[in-house]
Write a protein that binds this ligand. Structure first.
Ligand SMILES: Cc1cc2nc3c(=O)[nH]c(=O)nc-3n(C[C@H](O)[C@H](O)[C@H](O)COP(=O)(O)OP(=O)(O)OC[C@H]3O[C@@H](n4cnc5c(N)ncnc54)[C@H](O)[C@@H]3O)c2cc1C
Length: 585
């Protein structure tokens, strides 16, 4: 963060942000408001913007540095009053549907409810919409015959299908799902097709298997049969998708759709916000839901704290939709529930790439009305968490994971829990994603690549040996590993680690490396819902007036979420929740 401050003899006249490497969108509210507030109040005591506290502090620290350089009194400016925040806060009112949380699930629910004729208020506790959906890579898994038309089927991918079909029956629902896939697979084999085999049922079977058969089959089927419809709905509402359908890390199959021009959820959030506002959804930021109003077993609204710190009540005639996201940013909660599931070591000390808003509020509010929780112990670590904040892509089709010794150690196309455990076992719990120019420029614009190299966020070498020198791994080992990787791509067979997805070789310089270490990424458990996104209580009954969607819910992902399944989950069940709530009497 570089700022320029203009002083008069006794005042701060102007604060300008000259240069920064903050994450676009997340930092915007701070960049837009903090410089003006410092000048307006002649104070360094202005409040940080919620959700952009690090950026706010970076600006305040940089200005304080300038004040020192100019011979001013930093402590006096920090103590100076910074004015009262007065905004048009939400007041107590009545509406058809109240949506709590302004990420993907909440925006999708609000838009869907409004499109189905309901009056809607959406509240977001941070200063900006988006939540994890804004931060995310926007990878969206769906079966899509048109989009996948040019993805090839290979011998090793056929092995994956055969292996899952050979899995012993775990339940009647699993057996029925397998039978559906078997029929499709038999038809596929006799059809003579050479492009990728896929179907909603095959997506469902892979999702169930990846979660160790602990996901709810019926909920998974609801998800995978609706994702293509959700994708088209997003397109109608302004989201652009790349023609490239590939495999985001942990996605297990070439069905991850990527937003374009950038692989980012920011575009999904912007499109849904525009569509929701156009459909008359009222949006209130800095507004936090505290508890649900329970009238004789029916949820009829919520008590909230508005942007001015006042307590207000919203009565929701048709219901409340909880879309508050997960709890990865709540260290106490994730430490407690980790004991029931993954038992990741030192989960309290690991970082997270989540929004600070991911504190499990919806789960806590749900518990207040006897909501049932499922799968709470299953917490996902993201293996591809960039050490420097940079990164090229989360796609694994043409990337090798290499450790500090310059060796591969895992199947890059595998499950995220396996990838995370593998990474935690490497020197410094760190590894490098290595790709070549072809892959890098497919995923990112050249200017963005150059910018990240300039900021030291990613490393680039004209040759593999040069790259090895920059990242400090033995050059001969890296060259040998990549040569072997390229032979495996050409052979297209499963390798010693079980990798089956092979696409392009790593041959075209310059070469890129991104350093990664695992962090807490996704919480798979949450409120139990049914196929209509109604929340169930501990007796398995519907809680009237209460709906939920997205990461606040549990039941789909089992022990391990398939990469690229969360965004479709949030948006699909958000859409369903909005429609169900709008139709309520
Ligand atoms: C860095 C990153 C990359 C990812 N990439 C992908 C990807 O490419 N593909 C994929 O499928 N998944 C991805 N995921 C996971 C996916 O983004 C999330 O699971 C999904 O977006 C969650 O959507 P949501 O709407 O349920 O929650 P969120 O988008 O997190 O939204 C919840 C919102 O609720 C707000 N809130 C919380 N409590 C309250 C309250 N009491 N009152 C009011 N508001 C409240 C929060 O502040 C937040 O804004 C990624 C996650 C991360 C962190």
């Amino acid at each position: 963060m570089k700022v320029s401050v203009t002083f008069t003899a006794d005042a701060i006249e102007k604060v300008e942000i000259v240069e920064h490497a903050e994450t676009g969108g997340i930092s915007d509210p701070a960049i837009e408001t903090i410089p003006g507030a410092i000048v307006e109040y002649q104070s360094l005591g202005v409040d940080a913007v919620s959700g952009a506290t690090l950026t706010s502090e970076a600006i305040l620290n940089a200005v304080a540095d300038c004040v020192t350089q100019a011979g001013g009194d930093v402590e006096a400016l920090k103590a100076a009053p910074a004015g009262e925040k007065t905004v048009e806060g939400l007041q107590s009112t009545t509406v058809d549907v109240l949506v709590v949380g302004g990420g993907g699930a909440g925006l999708s629910a609000a838009l869907s409810a409004a499109q189905n004729g309901a009056s809607v208020i959406l509240v977001e506790k941070l200063a900006a919409l988006g939540g994890n959906t804004f931060r995310c890579g926007g990878a969206f898994n769906t079966y899509d015959p048109e989009g996948q038309a040019s993805n090839p089927m290979t011998e090793s991918l056929s092995t994956t299908v055969e292996n899952l079909l050979a899995h012993e029956d775990v339940s009647e629902e699993h057996a029925a799902l397998k039978a559906d896939v078997q029929k499709q697979w038999d038809e596929y084999k006799t059809s003579g097709r050479t492009n990728l085999f896929d179907s909603p049922e095959w997506h469902a079977l892979q999702t169930l298997d990846a979660g160790d058969y602990l996901g709810n089959v019926s909920q998974i089927r609801t998800l995978t049969t609706n994702t293509l419809d959700t994708l088209h709905w997003l397109t109608e509402n302004g989201v652009n998708w790349s023609d490239e359908v590939s495999t985001v890390v942990g996605a297990l199959w070439n069905r991850s759709h990527q937003t374009t021009p950038d692989a980012s959820g920011a575009q999904i959030v912007a499109a849904l916000e525009n569509a929701a506002r156009a459909a008359n959804v009222q949006i209130f930021l800095d507004t936090k839901a505290e508890s649900l109003v329970n009238s004789n077993g029916k949820v009829t609204g919520a008590v909230l704290t508005n942007a001015n710190g006042e307590s207000v009540t919203v009565t929701a005639n048709k219901g409340v939709i909880l879309a508050t996201g997960g709890f990865a940013a709540n260290v106490e909660m994730r430490t407690k529930y980790n004991e029931e599931g993954n038992k990741w070591e030192n989960i309290d000390k690991l970082g997270t790439n989540n929004t600070p808003g991911a504190t499990g509020d919806g789960i806590t509010m749900g518990l207040g009305v006897d909501a049932n929780l499922v799968g709470m112990g299953w917490i996902q670590l993201m293996p591809l968490n960039s050490v420097s904040g940079g990164g090229i892509s989360g796609y694994v089709n043409s990337t090798a994971f290499v450790n500090q010794e310059g060796k591969r150690y895992v199947a890059e196309d595998g499950r995220r829990d396996v990838l995370a455990a593998g990474a935690l076992a490497q020197t410094n719990q760190t590894f490098y994603g290595i790709c070549d120019n072809k892959e890098a420029t497919l995923r990112m614009a050249q200017a963005a690549l150059d910018g990240q190299v300039a900021y030291g966020m990613i490393s680039r070498g004209e040759t593999l040996a040069e790259l090895a020198g920059i990242i400090g791994v033995p050059a001969d080992a890296l060259e040998a590993t990549i040569a072997e990787f390229n032979d495996l791509v050409k052979a297209g067979k499963p390798d010693e680690f079980g990798r089956t997805l092979w696409e392009n070789t790593i041959e075209e310089g310059p070469f890129y490396a991104v350093a990664f270490t695992p962090c807490v990424h996704h919480t798979m458990g949450g409120l139990e819902i049914n196929g209509s996104a109604q929340v169930l209580n501990t007796s398995g009954e519907v809680i009237e007036g209460l709906y939920a969607a997205g990461e606040v819910t549990g039941g789909i992902h089992g022990t391990n979420r398939v990469g690229g399944n969360a965004v479709p989950d949030a948006l699909t069940f958000g859409k369903i929740a909005g429609a169900t709530a709008a139709a309520a009497k």
